[in-house]
Design a binder for this molecule. Sequence first.
Ligand SMILES: C[S@@+](CC[C@H](N)C(=O)[O-])C[C@H]1O[C@@H](n2cnc3c(N)ncnc32)[C@H](O)[C@@H]1O
Length: 240
Amino acid sequence: MLEHQAHRVMALTEWEERWQNNRIGFHQPAVHTMLKTHLEEVVSGRTGVRFFFPLCGKAVDMKWLADLGHLVVGVEFSEKGIREFFEENNLSYTEEPVPSIPGARLFKNSEKNIFLYRCDLFSVSSSVAGQFGAIWDRGSLVAINPKDRERYAGLIVSLMAVDCRYLLDTLLYDPEKYGGPPFLVPDAQVQSLFGSCCDVKHLQSVDALTDRTRAWGLDSLTENVHLITLKDAGAQTQPR
Ligand SMILES: C[S@@+](CC[C@H](N)C(=O)[O-])C[C@H]1O[C@@H](n2cnc3c(N)ncnc32)[C@H](O)[C@@H]1O
């Protein structure tokens, strides 16, 4: 199943072109249902959690979490996407270069605690962005080129604080009918990417077929949500 999309490559310039032409059908105007449904499981009684959005686009989920008192860090290649996020949510922002990442810029609203890096995700590391207590991965692992998944998983794990709760949204469909993106990510691959160092819990599966995805040629589309935590994280956070 995976071999159909193994060599599919979407260049960063193609993503930028989509933003420039407003071909951003992935953007949802409302907070994502899966995030709302599983927020308690992710936050797990904590306040002021540092949330990471790996490929953030202009997801309104970021504003929603910030309004709930959490801190949000996102990474997005498209400057247009980042500016639209702040402008469409009526948030002021400042911008500055990121000395440790050539060409990158940090757009931020410090009152709301929203920090968005404009750069390639793969140029970010924990020494730049720190580690996170939570990650919301919607439209991220499924948007990364399939050949880069191991590298992506390694980066994400390096950004997980010991108590991190990583909510991952994946899609399952017949790759002979549609080439992506979004790319399909079978549950077995989620396990092979993260299972050696993390516990992976399947939280929910829903039928995600819509008129938009039917138009891609699909007659079946399943959305799966997983909660990923570092192995033995509980033991490591116990008082000694
Ligand atoms: C499918 S969209 C999802 C956006 C967002 N997570 C959402 O749910 O609306 C993927 C986004 O990732 C950005 N992107 C793709 N590859 C990237 C990379 N390597 N580094 C940073 N941004 C990237 C694209 O510009 C696009 O906005």
